[in-house]
Design a protein around this ligand. Sequence first.
Ligand SMILES: Cc1cc2nc3c(=O)[nH]c(=O)nc-3n(C[C@H](O)[C@H](O)[C@H](O)COP(=O)(O)OP(=O)(O)OC[C@H]3O[C@@H](n4cnc5c(N)ncnc54)[C@H](O)[C@@H]3O)c2cc1C
Length: 285
Amino acid sequence: MYLDARHFGAEMWARRFPTILAACRAHGIDPVTEPIPVAPAAHYASGGVRTDLRGRTTVPGLYACGEVACTGVHGANRLASNSLLEGLVFAERIAEDITARAESAGRERPAERTRPSAPAASGDAPLLASEARYEIQHIMTHGAGVLRSAESLARAADRLERVQDEAVAQLRRDGKTAEPGVETWEATNLHLVSRVLVAAALRREETRGCHWREDRPERDDAAWRRHLLVTLRPDGTLDVRSTDSEAFPPTTTPEPRRSPAREQQHFRRPPATRVPAAAADRRPR
Ligand SMILES: Cc1cc2nc3c(=O)[nH]c(=O)nc-3n(C[C@H](O)[C@H](O)[C@H](O)COP(=O)(O)OP(=O)(O)OC[C@H]3O[C@@H](n4cnc5c(N)ncnc54)[C@H](O)[C@@H]3O)c2cc1C
């Protein structure tokens, strides 16, 4: 796939797009005289760790902010540039919340804690080697990328399972997991996030927002205008459930202390849609 921008001409390329021109030339491509090879890429992951409007997750004391979080402000897609803005807004809200909680507990700031030790990797869930990241990226790009189908997602799920099986087999063979560190934990967590994403994408049998199912090209509000919640069970398997309505599922924490009027002003939701009885039968689990 190519992007042909030769019609801009040398002068326009140099004046309007000097950075892209330099990057292309650094990679041996001259966009002034030849088409640029391109590939579709995802530049945001919709969904994430569920939080309330103060960044609180369902785990007491744990906050999530930025691309890892699902705050409910984006829906199934994200408007351009809203992710950096979200990081800014929610970082401030989280800082406010932490300070307020510390003050209400009679302290100025949370007590110093010793650094928690890294969670142990178990026999069935070993740490993946950092190189596994490239295989996971390959699996996800081809099976769960911009375009996906039930078939490609099932293949991705199968291959992700094999990555896990190989790591378990290696642990049994060599008696040790990959060396604990940021890169190995990143690869291990990427693997889990990929499994969650593929499981949810397989369940959602429609096309919505930035998710395009080639085998289900239509948006289906009656059956699917709702959220998918994925929980990791203690045995490592995933529980995928759908909410009963489009309302963003609450975390277990109390409602925000901000005035309702102020929240609504910033986070107005569309009015609830009624699901016809016939469609209710087709509701996913
Ligand atoms: C090509 C591209 C273009 C984009 N363009 C825009 C744009 O124009 N406007 C916009 O608003 N957004 C844009 N985005 C999205 C935006 O860049 C991201 O949403 C944002 O940077 C996410 O910030 P973050 O801090 O939440 O996560 P990240 O920037 O991903 O930071 C997470 C950090 O945590 C580290 N980490 C991960 N695991 C561990 C671990 N176990 N231990 C320790 N550290 C760990 C990672 O190494 C990383 O440094 C773009 C994204 C891409 C890919």
